[in-house]
Design a protein around this ligand. Structure first.
Ligand code: F58
Length: 873
């Protein structure tokens, strides 16, 4: 039973006035209006779209909060094992539409088809609210558009965390996310004269209805200071006191995470930094008021801004401060909850699983050891056993520049006690290695958590995470194999292969199919006769689509949906282009939409894509100048739009240059009347989750063309396939398993394999790069200033990188097979539409494996040992 402060005789009154959910459109409208009047202090006379969005969100939130409270009570009462997902990034996007979709509670088939719209009468939550809002005088889509994205992440890693919390709630797992509440999420990207310009993301400008400030939950967090050994004497490993030098408060903000078709609503707890009320009176009394206030303002800077790097670690002190602030606050919270159960410490790992989303939360390992040894006075080894049974670590990259390392000077100043603990952890670890592999001094140096580097020793966070965890997983099969044979090879030898495992990434079909592509979702549920949308919980049901793959009427409906989504994207592009169309409307049906949207990075090879576009353009121009008619050109190079989107890290020179090149090429090609709109290039500014929901359903083809062995998994590849787009891609990341699932006839693979990458790179280093004729032509034209007449050398760094600097990403090695594969794509798309549609349908039929629900089940079964806590029915 749960403790309550309310006396028994008062319960009746509480029950009599129990809050109730709205269940019909009419009840929703009543709530909506009361929120307009009471919460917003507005009325029918000044309720605009923004107010309508806020009132709708407040109303929907009221329903969620009831289930949220019940879920937390239930999970506490059942006392089962809890999962905590620690991620420095949660790239949530918008919450309202998702909450409405997930409100759909019905699972019984018999209600389906009833005309009375209620939340429990089948597939209607979205329709019901849409209609109710319409009757109130608003357009549903315009209302949804008012919501700013919660963009607390960079890219794949942050969006994965968002998909995971959705699936954990949907699977009824007692699971919380822990992260930071950044005042500013990922910057907004403007494109000015073709260049990326970063502007702040003011996502908290208007009240955020999706968070609840828990002002009563404040955790004091210390930094700097010194270690006091008075209580331990000279004995090592004994508890010591850490006297912190700077103190800030972590305040909890909670976001409800509703599951789909379940009343489970989990919690995402984000911490915000605020100054303590302990004003520095010594400074104050000595007249230094200004300094004393400044000290307080320093506190808020900790959660001010998300670091905008993707696959790159910068090593700034403020970043380490963010990490410790968040880990310490989260662990304090977890330990406090555990202590309420009055269980012995040895049961901690039976009650709690903590997943580390990459190495960013690795300090939590050290902090738990500190709490157990210094504060709870457990024996070192007993404590360490608890720690390693509790944590598991997910790796998301093999690239050296993305592996986290901290110089011990900086680290030891900020966290003196934690540095000592890390040295002790390392000492015991190396001792065990030495016992097992005697006299292998090299090995000890290679696996030490402390790297003997100059000018300074560094802490290797990935190694610390491995040593502090019981499982380590990669995010796709190829990637999980690669980490075992490259960066973590020695650890496989030390721990054996079973500590290392794979959980292939997934995405939530609620957001990435139902919400992003309502038309396709509708066609699917009609076709497989699943009007209650149960396939969104069991994606293997989609295989029933396969038997329609060659059905002409079905193909034509399938094609109509794609056409609708392409028009929707064309509208967005027009709006972003100041109301001017770039894409020829009348021909959209036979224009191939070729899309590459993701963070801009050399390893993802947007440069190869744009080089390919240039090659196509040059070939078209050559045909024309050697006398071919435009019809002949169109025959070889049919209608195509190349669409790009993505942000570059603000300090990443080459990525920014790639953005500029794409825009400059677009300026030339889009204006060239000679090629008669056969080819267009579009760069969509400020790619984010809500834009992805429009862009992804509109693709005919999407590009996932990283140098083999560099993209750990990729997750947008899964999103595109789930929306009936085909893929052109390298044999990298999850492309490998996508091929296995949907069949190799339904994907366009090309390029060198990861096992050849080392040798190819070696060749470039020792012999100057030999360019294929095609690529040579492209690079020469770029260097001639064709796309930058006022500054012909503008793109020199890009062309030089391929020609003279070792072509690290192997563009020259893959270019010809890329171009040839693109021509094959054109042929299938334009010459055999039925074959194309068949591939598209079969892809969706077999995409089920990539639901994040499957992923979460794998984590729960093989890593967390956690069970769902189902609501009473
Ligand atoms: C991404 N990593 C991988 N890191 O690149 C991608 O292949 C994978 O699908 C995805 O994780 C999910 O597993 C990634 O997004 C980051 O952005 C970090 C942010 C913080 C600094 C270091 C990189």
């Amino acid at each position: 039973a749960i403790d309550t402060m309310i006396p028994l005789q008062s319960r009746e009154i509480w029950n009599k006035h129990r809050v109730k959910k709205f269940n019909t459109g009419d009840e929703f409208q009543e709530k909506f209006i009361s929120h307009v009047e009471w919460t917003l202090a507005r009325s029918l006379y000044n309720c605009d779209d923004l107010a309508a969005y806020q009132a709708t969100s407040e109303s929907v939130r009221d329903n969620l909060v009831i289930d949220w409270n019940k879920t937390q009570q239930r999970q506490t009462a059942r006392d089962s094992k809890r999962v905590y997902y620690l991620s420095l990034e949660f790239l949530m996007g918008r919450a309202l539409d998702n909450a409405i979709i997930n409100m759909q509670t019905d699972t019984s088939e018999k209600d389906v088809g009833e005309t009375k719209e209620t939340l429990t009468s089948g597939n209607t939550s979205r329709e019901m609210i849409k209609n109710a809002i319409g009757q109130l005088g608003f357009n549903f889509e315009d209302v949804l558009e008012q919501e700013p994205d919660a963009a607390l992440g960079n890219g794949g890693l942050g969006r994965l965390a968002a998909c995971f919390v959705d699936s954990m709630a949907t699977g009824d797992y007692p699971a919380w996310g822990y992260g930071l509440r950044y005042q500013y999420g990922i910057f907004a990207q403007k494109i000015i004269n073709g260049y990326q310009v970063e502007t702040p993301d003011y996502w908290l400008n208007f009240a955020n209805p999706w968070e609840v400030e828990r002002s009563e939950i404040q955790v004091p967090i210390n930094f700097y200071g010194y270690v006091d050994r008075a209580q331990s004497g000279s004995s090592t490993l004994a508890p010591v006191d850490w006297i912190g030098g700077e103190r800030v408060l972590a305040v909890a903000y909670d976001m409800p995470i509703p599951g789909f078709k379940t009343s489970t609503v989990n919690n995402l707890r984000l911490w915000s930094a605020k100054p303590t009320t302990e004003f520095d009176f010594s400074k104050f009394n000595s007249g230094d008021y200004k300094n004393s206030v400044e000290q307080q303002q320093r506190a808020e800077s900790i959660t001010a801004v998300l670091y905008p790097n993707d696959n790159f670690e910068q090593g700034k002190e403020l970043r380490l401060k963010q990490q410790y602030f968040w880990c310490a606050a989260s662990l304090h919270d977890i330990v406090r909850r555990f202590k309420k159960s009055r269980r012995p410490w040895s049961e901690f790992p039976d009650q709690i699983a903590i997943q580390l989303n990459d190495t960013h939360p690795t300090l939590a390992v050290v902090e738990l050891q500190r709490v157990l040894v210094d504060l709870e006075k457990l024996d070192w080894h007993e404590a360490w056993d608890i720690v390693t049974k509790t944590f598991a670590y997910t790796n998301h990259t093999v690239m050296q520049e993305a592996l986290e390392k901290w110089p011990i000077g900086l680290f030891g100043r900020l966290l003196p006690r934690h540095l000592e603990i890390i040295f002790d952890i390392n000492w015991f670890f190396l001792k065990a290695v030495e016992e097992k592999f005697q006299h292998d001094v090299d090995l000890l140096g290679r696996v030490s958590i402390i790297e003997e580097a100059s000018p300074e020793r560094q802490i290797r966070m990935a190694f610390l995470a491995i040593v502090g965890s019981h499982k380590v997983n990669g995010v796709a099969e190829l990637h999980s194999d690669l980490i075992k044979t490259t960066i973590f090879q020695d650890f496989v030898k030390i721990y054996g292969p079973n500590k290392f495992t794979n959980v292939t990434n997934g995405i939530t079909p609620r957001r990435w199919l139902k919400q992003a592509n309502p038309k396709l979702a509708q066609l699917i549920s009609d076709t497989i006769d699943d009007r209650a949308d149960n396939y969104l919980l069991d994606m293997s049901k989609l295989t029933a689509l396969a038997k329609f793959a060659e059905d002409e009427t079905f193909q034509s409906k399938w094609n109509d949906v794609k056409q609708f989504n392409k028009l929707r994207l064309a509208d967005l592009i027009k709006k972003l282009n100041g109301g001017v169309d770039i894409i020829e409307r009348d021909h959209i049906r036979n224009t191939l939409f070729d899309i590459q949207v993701k963070r801009i990075h050399e390893y993802k090879r947007q440069q190869m894509n744009i080089f390919g576009v240039i090659y196509r353009y040059l070939s078209m121009k050559e045909m024309l100048s050697s006398g071919s008619s435009i019809e002949e050109v169109a025959e070889k190079y049919p209608r195509k739009v190349s669409i790009f989107g993505g942000k570059s890290a603000p300090g990443y020179y080459m990525a920014k240059l790639i953005i500029k090149l794409i825009n400059s090429v677009g300026d030339v090609i889009n204006k060239d009347d000679e090629i008669k709109d056969l080819l267009k290039v579009v760069f969509i500014p400020d790619y984010n989750v809500s834009k992805a929901e429009i862009i992804i359903p509109a693709s005919d083809l999407s590009e996932h063309i990283s140098t083999a062995g560099t993209e750990a998994s990729g997750t947008s590849n899964m999103k595109f396939v789930m929306n009936g787009g085909l893929i052109i891609g390298t044999v990298d990341g999850a492309n490998v398993e996508i091929t296995r699932e949907i069949g190799e006839d339904n994907i366009f693979l090309f390029g060198n394999l990861s096992e050849n990458v080392d040798e190819l790179r070696f060749n470039h280093q020792y012999h100057s790069t030999k360019l294929p004729e095609s690529l040579n032509k492209v690079l020469n034209v770029i260097e001639s200033g064709a796309f930058s007449p006022e500054n012909p050398s503008e793109f020199k760094a890009l062309t030089d990188s391929v020609k003279y600097h070792g072509d690290y990403y192997l563009v020259s090695d893959d270019f010809d097979s890329y171009v040839a594969t693109q021509e094959l794509v054109d042929q299938v798309y334009h010459k055999d539409k039925a074959a194309w549609l068949k591939k598209s349908i079969l892809s969706v039929a077999n995409v089920g494996f990539f639901s994040s629900d499957r992923c979460i089940e794998e984590y729960a079964d093989t890593i967390w040992n956690a069970e769902p806590v189902k609501p009473e029915t």
